[in-house]
Write a protein that binds this ligand. Sequence first.
Ligand SMILES: Cc1cc2nc3c(=O)[nH]c(=O)nc-3n(C[C@H](O)[C@H](O)[C@H](O)COP(=O)(O)OP(=O)(O)OC[C@H]3O[C@@H](n4cnc5c(N)ncnc54)[C@H](O)[C@@H]3O)c2cc1C
Length: 439
Amino acid sequence: MLTSGWGNYPKVDAELFSSSKIQDIISYIGNNNNLIPQGFARSYGDSALNGHILSTRKLDHFIEFDSEKGIITAQAGVLFSEILQIVVPKGWFLPVTPGTKYVTLGGAISSDVHGKNHHKHGTLGQYVESMDILLANGEIKHCSKSENSELFNSAIAGMGLMGVILSATLKLHKIETAYIKQKVIKTRSLEELYELFEINRNYTYSVSWIDITGGARRSVNGLLMLGEHALREDLQVNKEKKDVIAGNPLDVPFYFPNIVLNHSTIKIFNTLYYAKELKKEKNAITYFDSYFYPLDIVNNWNKVYGHRGFLQYQFVVPLEHGLQAIKQILNKIADYGQASFLTVLKTFGKRNDFVLSFPDEGYTLAMDFPLTRGLFPMFDELDKIVLDYGGRFYLTKDAHLSPETFRKSNPEIEKFLEIKAKYDPNNKFQSLQSKRLGF
Ligand SMILES: Cc1cc2nc3c(=O)[nH]c(=O)nc-3n(C[C@H](O)[C@H](O)[C@H](O)COP(=O)(O)OP(=O)(O)OC[C@H]3O[C@@H](n4cnc5c(N)ncnc54)[C@H](O)[C@@H]3O)c2cc1C
């Protein structure tokens, strides 16, 4: 079957295998080479794609939930949306969550996902207490920070290349309510936004959406969204709180024609969107869903980019000179006449110990571009700027990097490959991405 990641690029003709029985999965691994585990295929590019795809979605059982201590053990194919349904009513929340709840536990660990709280709480992997991993030789290894720690530290952010995560135990975050106290601040320039990020470092959650359609030579409008888990007392005093209206997300039923999203339409959307918020600062209490997962309201929004698909470009540059680097990137994009529909800027805190983990202390920018002929040459230029500033790229979003660029930005790849050789000596686990990057 023809399949792809969230960006609908690249598309690959693959055999998809899925089973709820561990024994069947062991046999499949024994009988096939050149295969990659897949969760919910929410990675944008080619990291969960190959000729043989082992889908873990049928590993969808909860194993244990200690609602006193906030510790949950589940099979790898369980979705974050399913975990939230169980833990939120008991006063717990995911310690780290990406911008969609439609990811599997195994997929999120393999990407070592970050959220809006990285500057305070780090990545998801830092809350994984232990995992069971099925190796290439059919053996299941239990691992944690103290047991088989080398495997643990490289399977987290390991992009499915160490083995198949079968289950994991996660430490959750205590909450009093399912609501978020949100402050939205309208900003008129990157300088103002940077200053506000610094001033508001104490906020648990912070993220900004910016309009980059004119590059950095003119003012860059933005919205900084700060958030804290609301306490019971916040709900009592806040008169604006409205009951949550449950409902199905909207659906994009078909692919849009490719001409719908071009530089002009993206510019119009961004201008209207950033002009919409009239007040300089807005405070509200909002249900966690609308704060963390605004994009999930529209199912399959990726179809808006048409059949050709789109690519996300996400990098991080160190704090020092971060503003300069980002301005240079935005100007280069404007020079190429390209535009990103949705652009997200966040701060990252200190780096963790997981070998291939992406986040480094600094600023991270994620941009979505419809696939056009000029896109790859532009990405090559952006890559050079990111490398010049000592930045890194997020494999989960990538579908274009060259082996040379990746190695320069991720020198730890050699250590990763040494460890992989121990656990997967015949290189059974591979993805289109790992082959493109020459792992
Ligand atoms: C709208 C949207 C917003 C997002 N926001 C963020 C964000 O804020 N922060 C962030 O970090 N990411 C973000 N992402 C990316 C997303 O969190 C990651 O791509 C995540 O890994 C997807 O999980 P998945 O289950 O779909 O995994 P897949 O996409 O299926 O796989 C991702 C990787 O994990 C591996 N893998 C999957 N399951 C297993 C397993 N059981 N064992 C071993 N390896 C496995 C795959 O081989 C692949 O390399 C976003 C994605 C979308 C679509």
